[in-house]
Design a protein around this ligand. Structure first.
Ligand SMILES: Cc1cc2nc3c(=O)[nH]c(=O)nc-3n(C[C@H](O)[C@H](O)[C@H](O)COP(=O)(O)OP(=O)(O)OC[C@H]3O[C@@H](n4cnc5c(N)ncnc54)[C@H](O)[C@@H]3O)c2cc1C
Length: 378
């Protein structure tokens, strides 16, 4: 069904390129545009909880993924001085549905792009404006061309221009958190992921290969003073009182490889406007507290592809919203709550309550993964 319909995918990132693969495998011939002038070089690494791996399996990419990724089996939360707060095994149900892995972001992109020719993607291309009738979407591109589509699927990331065009009042919420990501050469023998929490800062060390770890560091930084500092200096100042494994990772960091960012979140979860559908971060970009960006994006991809293969476009869009929005809203809300919880540690009483919650309940991300893995993705 719908194989002769004209579909445009906006953005060739994780969601867009996966959707292009999947639709092509189902016999569709979508167009795909990307604002960059070639494949983006993504820095640092990415952690993939089991639901992301289940979706990569449906894309036929699980073996390639597991050949390039590092599997982890336990998660620990600890204080900045290294004392354990809580830990959890990923070998127990429902976390044992698929491996939890991590790998370099660039490697994940290489796996998703494999077999797709550069010429298939229209690079340096963006949508300037969109107008819709009940049947079609008329798209004006930045280089002056115009085209009619039966469906436009926006996978243009958290700053989605398409979202702004179809939902004009959809500003992002800023959490006031600055973060840094980098990798470091460290032996990972007997190492499991540890999330160290300080007052209002945090530092994660996650093994991604036999001799490499992925580090994620964050601080509440409303006035952006750390954001505006040289990244390596800010990291060295903020985390100097953290325990030895953190010091070891910081000592190994390569200044050129640090990715700096601010955490933000969509302010509303709205997926469909007539014949325009948002997926991936364009729909549910939020802080990475549950590391659900890729998992949710690939669930979106597999869900909409399967629906489009089975039913008319209008019906597929209604069904997509019905299958997906409750789960997506929960992830966005919960991810923002976990970030707020990290922030209350700047006051002694807040720190006491936060640490007590972690000690009693266990690692916040594992609680979230258990819920997500025990329900249907779509
Ligand atoms: C600090 C941090 C750490 C994270 N860690 C994890 C993690 O460990 N695990 C995890 O699962 N997720 C993580 N995420 C989230 C994850 O990175 C995103 O969810 C994921 O990249 C979303 O993919 P996407 O394809 O929707 O968007 P993107 O990856 O942003 O891709 C969007 C694509 O669209 C293109 N584009 C943008 N605008 C336009 C336009 N107007 N026209 C055409 N093309 C356009 C872009 O160039 C890009 O290629 C993290 C996010 C952050 C901020």
């Amino acid at each position: 069904m719908n194989k002769n319909k004209k579909i445009l995918i906006v953005g060739a990132g994780i969601a867009g390129i996966s959707l292009y693969r999947k639709l092509r495998a189902f016999g569709f011939s979508p167009d795909i545009i990307e604002q960059a002038d070639s494949w983006r070089q993504d820095g640092a690494a990415i952690c993939l909880p089991a639901n992301a791996v289940l979706e990569l399996d449906k894309l036929g990419l699980k073996d390639e993924l597991l050949n390039s990724a590092h599997q982890v089996f336990d998660i620990e939360y600890a204080l900045a001085d290294g004392r354990e707060l809580a830990s959890a095994s990923l070998k127990q149900s429902p976390c044992d549905k698929a491996p939890f892995v991590a790998l370099m972001r660039g490697k994940l992109m290489e796996i998703l792009r494999a077999g797709i020719d550069l010429a298939e993607v229209k690079f340096s291309t963006q949508i300037d404006s969109i107008s819709q009738s009940s049947e079609q979407v008329l798209v004006n591109f930045n280089h002056g061309g115009t085209a009619q589509y039966d469906l436009v699927i926006a996978a243009d990331g958290i700053n989605s221009k398409t979202r702004g065009l179809v939902f004009p009042n959809s500003e992002l919420n800023y959490s006031g958190v600055t973060n840094w990501r980098f990798t470091a050469q460290i032996s990972t023998k007997n190492l499991h992921p540890v999330y160290y929490v300080g007052s209002d800062s945090a530092f994660m060390i996650y093994p991604i290969a036999d001799d490499k770890v992925y580090c994620y560091a964050q601080i509440f930084d409303k006035d952006k003073s750390y954001f505006n500092q040289a990244a390596h200096e800010a990291i060295q100042t903020l985390f100097k009182h953290y325990c030895q494994p953190v010091q070891q990772a910081i000592a190994q960091l390569n200044r050129q490889d640090i990715v700096v960012g601010e955490l933000k979140s969509v302010s509303q979860v709205k997926a469909v406007q007539q014949k325009v559908l948002l997926i991936g971060d364009a729909l549910h970009g939020c802080p990475p507290s549950l590391q659900q960006g890729v998992g949710l994006a690939l669930e979106d991809v597999n869900c909409i592809s399967e629906l489009l293969a089975q039913m008319p476009i209008e019906q597929a869009l209604v069904q997509f919203e019905s299958n997906r929005l409750t789960r997506i809203k929960w992830v966005v809300d919960e991810s923002n709550k976990i970030i707020k919880l990290a922030g209350i540690g700047r006051f002694a009483i807040g720190r006491f309550l936060r640490n007590l919650k972690i000690k009693k309940g266990g690692p916040a991300n594992v609680i979230g993964w258990k819920k997500l893995l025990s329900e249907k993705a779509y």
